[in-house]
Design a protein around this ligand. Structure first.
Ligand code: PSV
Ligand code: MN
Ligand code: MN
Length: 424
């Protein structure tokens, strides 16, 4: 399905007056609106290929209709999303779910939709049909060198696919760990994993990055071999300057201070990528901003502070991706909400008066510190984010547009009601 430009313009016409009134009212609250708008315009969030289908729980999957049946259709879906919000111009692929049969064709299809290839993801947490060795007891940590080699070779294949598509990074998330005390030796598991990761690292092209993603638990429930930011940072530091830690919001133990983790990783120049989602309990992979929007804002506040301190570009120096998929919403509507939540938190964090915050901190003025942050957080920046979308040719209200244009209904007509997309 295609959404023509004139349809977006027609939809925007309907609400433009109300929007302009709200945007003008907001201008008093923003010091340098042009620079804030420019940053919002430049900011893009990658969409993972596995978020386009309905997710599952351990118990069931209630597939929706019109889900993408191929890599081409996944790109088409992200193209639709990008048309509406102009902030999702990148896709993150998972191999072997998304093996491109003809990388050149896939590359030009993506380019047609204004989409680039973000980090590639490897998969050594599932056994694939015909695979020689099982990952039941881990992959890169495995006690048998043949299994480790199989995992390393797979990661090298993933890099090679990425090179053909124009990607510049690989994310390694390992489910390796143990479910019971005594099952493995922590030190040997670490050493094996480090050795395997180094083998993969050797194959990174000079302009590539490797992201080492950590996760506290699940599918292993006693230990995880890349279990927290400390372990990830150890691997990344030992591997070399092209290796970085990747923070996924849902991968922490409850109440972890993620904003502090982010601040310190940035200080060390070792934060490489970011996976957005939200959760109440653990790796719940809920819509970004649906449960803890203040935490999201505080994280963005540290991201901006840390990136500015190092002179980093907000839009290109870190890998930004949504990593969420669950059971009850239309995946595209869910992504529209997630992108919006990210843009809102980013915009709010851009409004923080950093000079005043620094002064408050130097004077131990705790009350003012909180006031300054919450003033920004409580500003309704939705008209600002909408203005950025308008300037870049997107819709003022992507969710409304999705429904008015009957995008899901059209996708169901094209693809059918019984479709299952590959994913987690
Ligand atoms: C599993 O928790 C996970 O969601 C990780 O966050 C990875 O990034 C993703 O799967 C894809 O491998
Ligand atoms: Mn993740
Ligand atoms: Mn996860």
């Amino acid at each position: 399905m295609n959404v023509e430009k004139y349809k977006i313009e027609e939809l925007n016409e309907v609400t433009i007056k109300v929007h302009q009134r709200k945007f003008t009212a907001l201008l008093d609250e923003i010091r340098d609106v042009d620079s804030v708008l420019k940053k919002l315009l430049d900011f893009n969030i990658a969409i993972p290929s596995w978020a386009l289908g309905t997710g599952r729980t351990r118990f069931a999957r209630f597939a929706g209709g019109g889900e993408p049946r191929s890599l081409e259709e996944k790109i088409e879906d992200i193209g639709l999303l990008h048309k509406l919000n102009q902030s999702s111009g990148a896709i993150s692929l998972h191999i072997p779910w998304d093996i491109p049969k003809s990388p050149n064709d896939i590359r030009s299809l993506a380019a047609m939709h204004g989409i680039r290839f973000d980090a590639m993801n490897s998969n050594t947490f599932q056994d694939q049909p015909g695979q020689k060795h099982s990952y039941k007891f881990g992959s890169m940590q495995h006690v048998q060198s043949e299994v480790r080699k199989q995992a390393v070779d797979h990661n090298i294949d993933v890099i090679n696919y990425g090179i053909e598509l124009g990607s510049k990074s690989i994310t390694v998330w390992l489910s390796d760990g143990s479910c019971f005390p005594g099952q493995l030796n922590f030190r040997r598991a670490f050493e094996n994993t480090l050795e395997s990761l180094s083998e993969v690292y050797k194959h990174l092209p000079s302009d590539w990055k490797m992201f080492v993603e950590y996760k506290a638990f699940e599918p292993n429930f006693y230990s995880t071999t890349v279990g927290d930011w400390g372990q990830s940072l150890l691997y990344a530091s030992k591997l070399g300057e092209k290796a970085y830690t990747l923070v996924d919001l849902g991968h922490h133990l409850p109440n972890a201070n993620i904003e502090q983790i982010v601040a310190l990783l940035l200080m060390e120049g070792k934060l490489g990528g970011f996976h957005f989602n939200d959760s109440k309990y653990g790796d719940d992979d809920l819509t970004v901003g649906s449960v803890k929007p203040y935490q999201l804002f505080l994280i963005f506040n540290e991201l901006i502070d840390g990136m500015d301190a190092r002179g980093m570009s907000h839009s290109t120096d870190l890998g930004w991706m949504i990593d969420a998929s669950h059971n009850v919403k239309d995946p595209l509507e869910d992504l529209i909400q997630s992108v919006e939540a990210i843009m809102i938190a980013y915009a709010q964090a851009l409004l923080v008066d950093r000079e005043q915050l620094r002064k408050a901190q130097e004077q131990n003025d705790t009350v003012m510190g909180q006031e300054i942050l919450q003033k920004a957080f409580r500003t309704d920046v939705r008209p600002l984010v909408a203005e950025a979308r308008l300037l870049s040719g997107g819709t003022l209200n992507p969710l409304q547009a999705f429904r008015t244009l009957k995008i899901r209904e059209n996708l169901i007509k094209e693809r059918g009601l019984k479709t299952i997309s590959t994913g987690l």
